[in-house]
Write a protein that binds this ligand. Structure first.
Ligand code: PMP
Length: 425
């Protein structure tokens, strides 16, 4: 007799992709802070993430057990610090798809990484009549350095436009990327719309035209697996502080042969090979781009942030955020008077969700939410060309990370509904 389904043992296989948010929350001391006598609901992760105990401890450990300057000292502490610093470089290279450690340069943040490229590769390669294609959704960090370079060189900035749905408008891309284009500057994920852009496709188009592509990964690297070789980008920039690590650490990836041809950025100690009154020669990669004493402690603690994310698994991080974003988009659509920006389809976007209320200014939304312990961002998000496109001066933005759950989304939605009652709209 065929056994009925109910005869067979029921095995529930836990979904390995689901993060244990309660346990994760417990790793972040700041999340037990009370804000205005309420539980802290931290939804400003696109601005900066919170730090787990492992990262905080790594900072303390560094100062307690290995504080020394790196690369030059011959004593034990200097060797400890140097080896921990270089370990983070190798770890970072692995984290973005297994590139060579010498293709990783540490800076102060995404902003400095992009400026490094503008002042070195840009100064050397951009001339009059050249074109730099910049998307309309860029953060100022990936707009202003190119604008300034173009001003210095008499080059032209061309706009890669966006659509009302928050996508790049690629309808005229064959004309926009042409034989004059030297660089395409585009974000991997928008900090306003949350849109994940088709970087690989743009890289192919740029290369076919003989141009390079620089990708601002500040909002993507914290949230999804990154493989810069597969994306086929020439430059990729991101910040430690948005991915559980300390502030003051940025990463610049560039292909080795590009780095070899680029002049140094900061001149001084650490970045030289020989110095004399007749001649100065520079250090090998990557040190040629790390003049002066770097941010040793924070780079070393960034290693703990990468380990924490790897322990969770970047696929799982991405899966969790997709789920929470889908739930947030559904629940926010219940709030009367809200206009939500960016793609609605979570396969096209990440977890930064911008919105406006037709009756209440974003700054008032943020202040009201703060009374309720909820931290969001309000403003132009350093993306004024995008705000101009939307015809707005500001939006409110909730952005989610590994320690956010449905209860956090519910708290946000309930406070927004209550806010409209409070304002009498
Ligand atoms: N690009 C994007 C997309 C960002 O969201 C940010 C941070 N808001 C930056 C660049 C600048 O990063 P940082 O301030 O760490 O240099």
């Amino acid at each position: 007799m065929a056994s009925r389904a109910s005869d067979s043992p029921i095995v529930t296989v836990p979904d390995a992709r689901v993060l244990d948010v309660e346990r994760i929350k417990a790793d972040f001391p700041i999340l037990s802070e009370r804000i205005n006598d309420k539980r802290l609901v931290y939804l400003d992760n696109a601005a900066t993430s919170q730090k787990p105990r492992e990262v905080i401890n790594a900072l303390l450990e560094y100062y307690r057990k290995m504080n020394a300057n790196i690369h030059r000292g011959l004593h034990t502490l200097a060797e400890r610090a140097t080896s921990a610093y270089e370990h983070t470089r190798t770890h970072t290279a692995d984290f973005i798809g297994g590139v060579k450690p010498e293709e990783i340069v540490f800076t102060r943040g995404t902003t400095e990484s992009i400026n490094l490229v503008a002042y070195t590769w840009g100064e050397q390669n951009i001339g009059e009549d050249d074109e730099i294609l910049v998307s309309e959704m860029e953060h100022h960090a990936n707009f202003v350095p190119w604008f300034q370079l173009a001003q210095r060189k008499g080059a032209t900035i061309r706009k890669l436009p966006i659509t009302v749905c928050g996508h790049l408008d690629l309808s005229d891309i064959d004309n926009l990327i042409n034989e004059k284009t030297k660089l395409v500057a585009v974000s991997h994920m928008s900090n306003v719309f949350g849109t994940v852009n088709p970087v690989k496709d743009l890289a192919q188009r740029a290369h076919a035209a003989g141009a390079l592509i620089l990708t601002d990964g500040a909002q993507a690297a914290p949230h999804m697996p990154i493989d810069v070789t597969d994306l086929d980008v020439d430059f990729y920039a991101f910040s430690s502080h948005k991915m559980l690590g300390p502030t003051g650490v940025g990463v610049l990836y560039a292909r080795e042969e590009l780095y070899r041809d680029m002049p140094p950025f900061n001149y001084g100690g650490e970045m030289i090979s020989q110095v004399g009154f007749d001649k100065v020669t520079f250090a090998d990669l990557p040190y040629k781009f790390e003049g002066g004493t770097p941010n040793i402690a924070d780079v070393i603690a960034f290693d703990a942030a990468l380990s924490y994310l790897e322990k969770l698994g970047m696929e799982n991080v991405h899966h969790h955020e997709t789920e929470i974003t889908r739930y947030a988009l559904d629940r926010l659509s219940e709030v009367k008077g809200l206009e939500i920006q960016g793609p609605q389809d979570t396969s096209e976007r990440g977890s930064a969700v911008s919105f406006t209320d037709k009756d209440i200014h974003p700054h008032d939304i943020s202040t009201y939410l703060d009374y309720n312990g909820i931290a969001i961002r309000a403003g132009h998000h350093c993306a004024q060309p995008l705000m101009k496109f939307l015809g707005k001066v500001a939006t409110a933005r909730a952005s989610f990370y590994i320690y956010n759950d449905r209860a956090d989304v519910d708290a946000l939605v309930e406070a927004l509904i209550e806010m409209r009652r409070y304002f009498g709209v």
